[in-house]
Structure formats: structure tokens, C-alpha cells
Design a binder for this molecule. Structure first.
Ligand code: APR
Ligand code: PHB
Length: 392
């Protein structure tokens, strides 16, 4: 058994864990990151790719934005499609000049891995049986195993950044968790393909055949999604069937302009809203997907991970500088306020753009809402303000 001491053990090397590690390095707070998977596995995950301005600023603050500034594509608007037409919601004009940036989560994670390597502090990959101990005392510790050797790390704080299925939230007694959850009766079938994107801005389409989304990773790589049943399987979806269905769900002009090609990734994701409160249990602080999941409509998941890390790093700085335990409690309160606002918007946009009710009343209300947005500055401002993201 090896023994080590650090100030903060970070569990998980996804965007949350790596961003926290980078921020702590800047603040001079010692930390160790433990990751269950290999680096290659972590870097192969394909997820959303729209960054809020606050996320771009945060990545810049932790020196992880050089490539993002070169390769990220600013989006000055977002498109809602319905009734065979497109409605543009200007982001800058409705928010005093704010935009979002298209840059894939895979690239963000790669940049964060690179700065971790440059910092000289490693990530311990393939850490098996990570276990959290005594986080209800002021002397927590974490144990894990690599290549058959057991290890123990003493610390002052444990940061649970290990995603929805991680060990951190699962280590908290059930009675201490307050869970809010909503599952939706559909999934998203996503395809990545090296074809030019059909639209320069993200398109969210509400159509009689179900929802469709057009996004991009670059000017030569597109990311598209269609609503499918939750029990559907990718084997049911040849590339040809996917392109045909997507085209039918887009306004004619877009469908005709859309280029198709072989898929380089195809997957089905369940859609859910989930929040576990609070985000602090003694010396364990949860962040990112370990504490909450939003439906991907609106692309808030990654952005919320960074706002959590912003609040968490402020809290631990106050904790180490002033021995201020109250700052740890404030972390949970501050982070959850922003999480609930993003949760509300993702839920709203999901309801507005998907069809999942047999009741024609529901669809008529959505159509009335879309028409309201088209003719109301206030309606467009609400969407734009939320889409670019609430300030930290
Ligand atoms: N021990 C160590 N690491 C673990 C464990 C464990 N028991 N369980 C999970 N992990 C690792 C996972 O392998 C993963 O690399 O924790 C990491 C969690 O990363 P993410 O799931 O990407 O979560 P997070 O970093 O919070 O990022 C949030 O990811 O899912 C999207 O929409 C979400 O964009 C958001 C972002
Ligand atoms: C994506 O680019 O993958 C994406 C964009 C917007 C969303 C969800 C996903 O709302």
C-alpha cells in the first residue's frame, strides 16, 4: 500500500475534473486526479459542442483557449424551424453583443489534457475501485488500486467530478440526497459526418415526424440528431435511412441543400433532467454530471460543468485562505441557482421543439409559442439570453 497527501483529490478526468485541476494549479492548491478509464477512452467520447461566452472566458482564464480561439466558430444566432420555415433568433442583437462558440467537447477535453500534461502534474488513469472515506470528518481520504497495488491519499477535500454513473454521489447516504428527476419518452440518435454543415447556425426543428437538430464541429464536419424512441437501436439506422429521415424533418430549402456522406459516429442517447441536492456533503463537493444532467436541447451540460467549477474553486480558495467552512456551503447554493436556471431552459426548449404527446392541444400550444416568439422581441430576448448563458 502506498500513501500520499494532497489538498484536494479530484475524482474523474472529464471536463469538470480537468478544469478543476487546471484552476487549482493556478491558485497554487495541490491536487491529484484519479480517472477510471484510459486517456484514449476519455478523449474518444463525442458530446455536444456549443460553448457559452462565460465558458470561453473561463477556459481563457485557465490558459486552455489557444486552439479554441483559432478554431472555434462564433454563432451570432440560433434557428428554430417549424411549419416548413426557419426563424432566426439573433444572439448579439438580443443580448448586448454576446455570442456562443461552436467547439466540440472532445476538443475541449483534449486541450484540458494538454495543459494538465504541461503543468507537470499527472492524471492517474485506470484507477480501479476508487473509494471515498470519512468525508463527513475533517480528515477524508481516498483509496484506489493500479496494477494490483493499493494506494491511499489523505486530503482535505474530495471533488466528485466523476459523471452521472460515478462513485462519488453513490457514496453519499441515500437519505442525504434530494433527487429531482424527469425522463422523457424519447432519445436522440446522433450522427457525426465529414460533410459541410447545412446551416451556419444551430437549427432546432419541431416537425410532425419529430425533432431534428443540425449542428457542426467545423466547416467540414457536421453533427446531426433526430428524435427516436427510447428503446431504438443504431442497428435499425443505416446511414441512408438516417439522412432520409433527417431531410424529411427539415424545411424543404434546407433539406434540399443538405450534403450527406458516411457516418463516422452514430449513437443513441437517453434524454433526462436530473438534479441531486445539495452539492456538498461535509468535505465532498460534487460538480458537473455527478450532480446534474440536463437534456441536450440548448447544449447546457458542458457549460454547467464549468460554472460549477468556477464556484467550487472560489469556495475552496476561501476555505484554504481563511479556513472558511461556510464558503463550502455557499458553493452548493450558488451552483444550484445557476443549475436550476439552465435546467429550466433545457426543459423549456425540449418541450417547445419535440413531439411526445398524443394530445393535439399540446402541439397547438407549442405552435402558438413559436408564433409568439416570432413576433415578440421579449420572447426572442428570453431565448437568446438563456442560450448565450446566464452570467456566473
Ligand atoms: N473513479 C474514477 N473516475 C470515474 C469513476 C470512478 N469510479 N466513475 C466515472 N469516472 C470518470 C469517467 O470515466 C469520466 O471520465 O469520471 C469522468 C466524468 O466525466 P463526464 O461524464 O464527462 O462528466 P463531467 O466531467 O462532469 O462533464 C460534464 O459531460 O456528459 C457531459 O453533458 C455533459 O457536457 C457535460 C459534461
Ligand atoms: C452539438 O453540437 O452536438 C449540439 C448542439 C446544440 C445542442 C445539442 C448538441 O443543443
Amino acid at each position: 500500500m502506498t500513501q500520499q497527501t494532497t489538498q484536494i483529490v479530484i475524482i474523474g478526468a472529464g471536463p469538470s475534473g480537468l478544469a478543476l485541476g487546471a484552476k487549482l494549479n493556478k491558485l497554487g492548491i495541490d491536487n491529484i486526479i484519479l480517472e477510471k478509464q484510459t486517456k484514449e477512452y476519455v478523449l474518444a467520447r463525442i458530446r455536444a459542442g456549443i460553448l457559452e461566452q462565460t465558458t470561453v472566458d473561463f477556459l481563457s482564464d485557465i490558459d486552455a483557449s489557444d486552439r479554441l480561439k483559432e478554431e472555434g466558430i462564433p454563432h451570432h444566432g440560433v434557428q428554430l424551424a417549424y411549419d416548413n420555415q426557419l426563424m432566426q433568433i439573433g444572439l448579439g442583437e438580443n443580448t448586448g453583443g454576446k455570442v456562443v462558440t461552436a467547439y466540440g467537447q472532445t476538443e475541449v477535453t483534449k486541450d484540458l489534457c494538454d495543459i494538465r500534461e504541461k503543468s507537470g502534474r499527472s492524471v492517474i488513469y485506470q484507477a480501479e475501485d476508487v473509494s471515498l472515506h470519512d468525508f463527513d470528518t475533517d480528515a477524508p481520504y481516498v483509496t484506489y488500486r493500479t496494477d494490483g497495488t493499493n494506494h491511499q491519499i489523505y486530503c482535505q477535500i474530495i471533488a466528485g467530478c466523476d459523471g452521472f454513473h460515478g462513485v462519488s454521489r453513490a457514496s453519499v447516504p441515500k437519505a442525504a440526497l434530494n433527487i429531482f428527476e424527469k425522463t422523457y419518452p424519447f432519445g436522440w440518435l446522433g450522427v457525426l459526418s465529414d460533410v459541410p454543415p447545412v446551416s451556419a447556425e444551430v437549427v432546432y426543428a419541431n416537425t410532425p415526424r419529430g425533432f431534428a437538430l443540425c449542428s457542426m464541429r467545423s466547416w467540414s464536419r457536421s453533427r446531426y440528431y433526430i428524435q427516436c424512441t427510447p428503446d431504438d437501436h443504431i442497428d435499425n439506422w443505416s446511414d441512408d435511412r438516417f439522412w432520409d429521415e433527417l431531410r424529411r424533418r427539415l424545411p424543404d430549402a434546407l433539406g434540399e441543400a443538405m450534403e450527406t456522406g458516411p457516418s463516422i459516429e452514430k449513437s443513441i442517447a437517453p434524454i433526462r433532467s436530473f438534479i441531486s441536492e445539495p452539492m456538498r456533503f461535509g468535505r465532498l463537493l460534487l460538480a458537473g454530471d455527478a450532480a446534474h444532467i440536463v437534456p441536450p436541447t440548448g447544449a447546457k451540460g458542458l457549460n454547467l460543468a464549468f460554472s460549477d467549477i468556477f464556484y467550487l474553486s472560489e469556495a475552496v480558495k476561501a476555505f484554504f485562505d481563511k479556513k472558511d467552512e461556510a464558503a463550502l456551503d455557499q458553493y452548493s447554493q450558488k451552483a444550484l441557482k445557476r443549475v436550476w436556471k439552465a435546467q429550466r431552459f433545457s426543459w423549456y426548449l425540449t418541450n417547445l421543439t419535440h413531439r411526445f404527446s398524443d394530445d393535439p392541444f399540446d402541439q397547438r400550444v407549442k405552435e402558438a409559442e413559436l408564433d409568439y416568439i416570432r413576433h415578440s422581441v421579449a420572447g426572442r430576448q428570453m431565448i437568446a439570453e438563456n442560450y448565450v448563458g446566464m452570467p456566473f
